[in-house]
Design a protein around this ligand. Structure first.
Ligand SMILES: Cc1ncc(COP(=O)(O)O)c(C=O)c1O
Length: 448
């Protein structure tokens, strides 16, 4: 069998043959959600090596908000690779790094002087934000949250909450990390209900200073505006303002991890804009550079300038090709009204997911902010026992019908669509219908 007629004598690769080679040569640790291999991708569609086309509701885990292989991004990349691919910013500087920093300083929340540096991944962005906060405050401790995900490098993994599979077997972790519950209203750690709770989970930070770590030893509080990996959990609107005010009272740097929420996913460029909060430092990555690895750390100039010359950096950080791609992504957000599109996608998904919740008892909760809408599965609505296997089976059923999805949550029981924002109405409708059909099958099977 030939891969494509007239394309030499290359043997056709099947998903199965590639999977066999993958299993032989690549360790199991780097996980795979779907047993398929990509041949090409465009917009919101991925075609596998066997020619089967899928609607992409995963977006490479929230990385291709502007779509796969956008022409403008491709042009920027092509233009840059013909000039130079790498000089290392620390050896010979280049304009795209500075131009991107300038754009991010302008568009991130906060009308105060800012500076930006770049790294390669979300985890590296988080590590740098913490380094800067520790240096600037001279304090060791960090406050992070239950159900948080901040990456897989040692410090980022230590900040991450989920044990299996992320942390299991990788101890010892970085010290001086203190963890408090997040505003996960569906599973409130305090057994309260919004709004009668009067945001106890936010004010709990004051108690925390008495029971866990003194405020004057804390350098930073790091928090996701909406839990990503933790299951698309959206806190009440007052939550972050309260946390930030308490941080300010204790001289604690407020770090927003916008790695998954950023770059338009929630209908605003950054999710903290919904909450009217201006973080001292913001971390961005994922959809920044249209699929190339890049992260940005933007913060108050006086904090960012605190570490000494040479205290921050890395060989590949702020690669020029990735910076050019990111500039093209920012142009797309400016010219294509992708933020309104995110809002409209979110409204549609939320409406359909709410209908599913009415119809199927296995859907315990539905919540969302912009196009970040989560559907949480439970075995029983009363006990809220997580429906981990249900989410897994749903993802598998959807794939069989041509839709790629991923799950999330500490118990992996939440479906989290991260479709490219350029998805057409037709593709979106089709994807949602596939979820509905699959849910119906799943429901019928659980009735027996
Ligand atoms: C909120 C958040 N922070 C950090 C990270 C880590 O990013 P990376 O996988 O690029 O290291 C992720 C990845 O999913 C994330 O969602």
């Amino acid at each position: 069998m030939r891969r494509e007629e007239g394309k030499g004598d290359e043997l056709m690769k099947t998903n199965e043959s590639l999977l066999t080679a993958r299993n032989k040569n690549v360790p199991q640790g780097p996980f795979n959600v779907h047993p398929i291999f990509a041949d090409r991708a465009q917009g919101a569609l991925i075609t596998d090596v066997e020619g089967r086309e899928y609607i992409d509701f995963a977006g490479g885990i929230g990385v291709v908000n502007v779509g796969h292989c956008d022409e403008n991004v491709l042009r920027a990349i092509e233009d840059q690779i013909r000039k130079y691919i790498h000089t290392c910013f620390h050896v010979v500087m280049y304009e795209p790094y500075v131009a991107l920093a300038e754009r991010l300083n302008e568009i991130t929340p906060g009308d105060f002087p800012k500076k930006t540096m770049f790294a390669n991944s979300g985890a590296e962005g988080v590590e740098n934000a913490i380094k800067i906060a520790r240096h600037a405050t001279g304090r060791p401790a960090i406050i992070a949250f239950e159900d948080a995900f901040h990456g897989r490098t040692l410090l980022a993994l230590s900040l991450t909450s989920k044990m299996k599979p992320y942390k299991f077997g990788f101890a010892p972790f970085a010290p001086e990390i203190y963890r408090m519950p997040y505003a996960y209203c569906y599973r409130c750690a305090f057994g309260l209900e919004y709004p009668t709770c009067e945001l106890h989970c936010a004010y709990f930070l004051n108690d925390f200073f008495h029971t866990h770590i003194s405020g004057e030893h804390v350098s930073a509080l790091i928090v996701e505006p909406v839990l990503g990996e933790g299951g698309f959990v959206v806190p009440p609107k007052e939550y972050f303002k309260i946390l930030q005010k308490i941080c300010q009272e204790h001289g604690i740097v407020f770090i927003a991890d916008e790695v998954q929420t950023g770059f338009g996913r929630t209908g605003r460029m950054f999710a903290m804009e919904h909450y009217g909060v201006e973080p001292d430092i913001m971390v961005m990555a994922k959809s920044m550079a249209g699929g190339l690895p890049l992260s940005g750390i933007t913060g108050r100039a006086e904090l960012m300038d605190h570490p000494q010359v040479g205290g921050l950096g890395g060989t590949f950080g702020g690669n020029p090709v990735a910076c050019r791609a990111a500039l093209a992504v920012l142009d797309l957000f400016q010219n294509e009204d992708l933020l309104s599109r995110a809002q409209r996608i979110g409204e549609k998904v939320l409406e359909r997911f709410k209908e599913f919740q009415e119809q199927y008892p296995i859907v315990g909760d539905v919540r969302g902010l912009g196009a970040m809408v989560g559907m949480e599965f439970v075995i029983d609505r009363k006990t809220k026992e997580p429906g981990t296997a249900l989410a897994k089976r749903l993802t598998g059923l959807c794939r069989e019908k041509g839709l790629l999805m991923i799950s999330a949550g500490t118990y992996s029981n939440i479906i989290r669509p991260l479709m490219p924002l350029v998805i057409t109405d037709e593709q979106l409708e089709k994807g949602l219908s596939i979820i509905e059909e699959s849910l119906s099958e799943l429901h019928n099977n659980t009735q027996h």
